[in-house]
Ligand binder design. Structure first.
Ligand code: SER
Length: 578
């Protein structure tokens, strides 16, 4: 039986109900492109909502992380991975969580106790040292020398705000050398295999921490990593999870893995992730936007590396790899079978599309790459030859050249505005196609966002919005229906700010600077590297593409027309300005 099945069976035997993996594209959460952790789809329940299947849950969750996309090619990075997790929603806590992890590792997986080490929370000015976790491990038989403590690595939070808590991380000694008596967290022969988070707090926007209604447990075990570690592989791509895919790529390319690792890993990883995105019921297709852009980048990067390996791009290579991946995973994810035809078609279509210009684009790149690549050239490669910016950067890197990313972003934005204006049939300076009334609504949206944080909860964030010339619609996370009093207070506060004639100012900065400045940074993944941050007096600061009015007095009077449920945990406000 494989690790995934053993894990599920074990926790089912401890009273857990198995829940299916949520889709890779989150339902009802436009703030992120993909599910990035097992706990993400469970956030409402960790915050206190009742789960229909009870208080003990177990699952394997499909996750996609694209922040490390360009790292793929080494031994351990993947853009798609599965996370095994068991959950207590206000049910058991540290004692059971720790002893079951110990039992699973030592009795089911038969790992010798001295191969394991753990870390616990060291304590800081807000939360004390986790002596309880330390003592539990000690009583189970982990030696004192194998229990370390840290502050940074033993506090886990889903993001700046939201559910969080101290954790205990479990490490496995993967080397054949003698196992040290004292566990050194810096010694990379110890590999983290499991993280048990004792999720009992929520963090507010101002950094303060308060108790959640219930104490929860959220654990996460990265499947590909643990399979590799247990099989004694330092290169994940040589574990039993991957080896047949790598072998297939060897046979298609007629090359050996040794010596061609980077390209083969990129092809294997990227085609697998593309298959899972395309098979999702969200019906994503390659495009220049959001998830569609990610899948396009993955496919195009895989194609470029296939070419590097000398694979005949017009052959069926990507279909063969995709079919193998589908057959490997279809027992666990039925959508792969259900949507197989769409997946294969989309891959083929995107391949043909890119293949038409790839050769010419590479030639063009050779011609121009005697010096650093400016923004206009990078945009030309994108616009004419379909080179995602990241591909240009990768090609440039191979030649030690720089790419003017800011210049590219600027060009990209101009182009978008141009096509938006022309598709709407309007060309006018300044407002990039948005009418004056829409611009006023847009600034009102920021004020409403800020007012909800003051009146309802600092944890309220924008989850979506839609503006027409007639009204604005604003979705935000909130666990209750707003009372009449709350609505009135929100409305009054927005109108107060409008009357205060607050200036609206705009700054450009990197994403990191935006985060550090404390700006509201929802949907950050969707923005280019250089972002604009709009401030309204000192009541609001948000990352946003604009446009906005110059002063709040231009907005007019703000009135909430309706407040209703949009989906689970999300409320919707419809408002007008006069
Ligand atoms: N939320 C924790 C993690 O992602 C445990 O699941 O590591």
């Amino acid at each position: 039986m494989n690790l995934k099945d053993k894990y599920i069976d074990f926790f089912v035997s401890k009273g857990h109900k198995q829940i299916p993996s949520a889709p890779v594209v989150p339902e009802n959460d436009p703030s992120v492109l993909f599910n990035t952790a097992g706990m993400q789809p469970l956030i409402p329940y960790l915050m206190g909502e009742t789960h229909p299947l009870g208080t003990r849950l177990v699952d394997y969750q499909k996750c996609i992380r694209t922040t490390d996309l360009d790292e793929v090619g080494d031994m351990t990075h993947h853009t798609f991975f599965e996370m095994l997790g068991n959950w207590s929603l206000g049910d058991y806590f540290k004692k059971e969580s720790i002893s079951w992890s110990f039992e699973f590792l030592t009795k089911v997986l038969n790992i010798p106790v001295n191969r394991l080490a753990v870390t616990v929370f060291k304590g800081d000015d807000k939360v004390p040292y986790d002596k309880e976790a330390h003592d539990l491990w000690l009583n189970l038989g982990i030696s004192e020398g194998h229990i370390a403590s840290t502050t940074e690595d033993n506090f886990w939070a889903a993001g700046e705000t939201g559910p969080c808590g101290t954790d205990t991380e479990i490490f496995y000694f993967r080397s054949d050398e003698d196992i040290p008596e004292v566990f050194d967290t810096e010694d990379d022969r110890w590999v983290e295999i499991w993280n048990n988070v004792f999720m009992q707090f929520k963090r507010n926007k101002d950094g303060s921490i308060e108790n959640l209604p219930k104490k929860n447990v959220d654990t996460g075990m990265g499947y590909e990593r643990v399979v590799a570690v247990l099989e004694g592989k330092t290169d994940n791509y040589t574990s039993s999870l991957w080896i047949d895919v790598i072998k297939l790529i060897e046979s298609i390319s007629n090359k050996k893995y040794i010596g061609n690792e980077e390209s083969m890993r990129i092809i294997a990883d990227h085609i697998r992730t593309a298959v899972f995105i395309l098979a999702d019921d969200a019906k994503i297709k390659p495009s220049n936007k959001d998830q569609g852009y990610i899948v396009r980048r993955l496919i195009r990067r895989a194609i470029r590396h296939a070419k590097k390996l000398g694979i005949e791009i017009n052959s069926n290579w990507e279909q063969e790899i995709a079919e193998l991946i589908i057959s490997k995973y279809s027992n666990y994810y039925e959508e792969l079978i259900r949507n197989k035809k769409d997946v294969l078609e989309a891959l083929n279509k995107e391949k043909n599309k890119f293949n038409k210009t790839l050769e010419k684009g590479l030639k063009e790149f050779e011609k121009i790459s005697d010096k650093d690549i400016d923004g206009i050239t990078a945009f030309h490669l994108f616009d004419t030859y379909g080179f995602p910016l990241e591909l240009t950067i990768e090609l440039a890197k191979e030649k030690n050249l720089k790419v003017d990313i800011e210049g590219y972003n600027q060009k990209f934005k101009e182009h978008q505005e141009l096509s938006r204006n022309s598709s709407q049939g309007k060309f006018k300076g300044g407002l990039a196609g948005d009418s004056e009334i829409e611009t006023r609504y847009h600034t009102a949206t920021h004020l409403l966002n800020a007012a909800l944080k003051v009146v309802v909860s600092p944890d309220c964030h924008q989850m979506g919005s839609n503006i027409t010339t007639e009204r604005m619609r604003f979705d935000f996370n909130c666990d209750h229906k707003l009372s009449d009093e709350e609505k009135k207070k929100v409305e009054d506060l927005v109108n107060k700010w409008i009357k205060e004639e607050l200036p609206v100012t705009k700054e450009e900065m990197t994403k990191q600077e935006a985060i550090d400045s404390g700006a509201e940074c929802m949907f950050i993944e969707k923005y280019p590297d250089i972002v604009t941050v709009y401030s309204i007096g000192d009541v609001s600061k948000e990352l946003c593409g604009g446009p906005h009015v110059k002063n709040t007095k231009e907005i007019g009077e703000f009135k909430i027309k309706k407040e209703e449920s949009s989906s689970q945990g999300i409320r919707r406000i419809k408002a007008v300005i006069k």
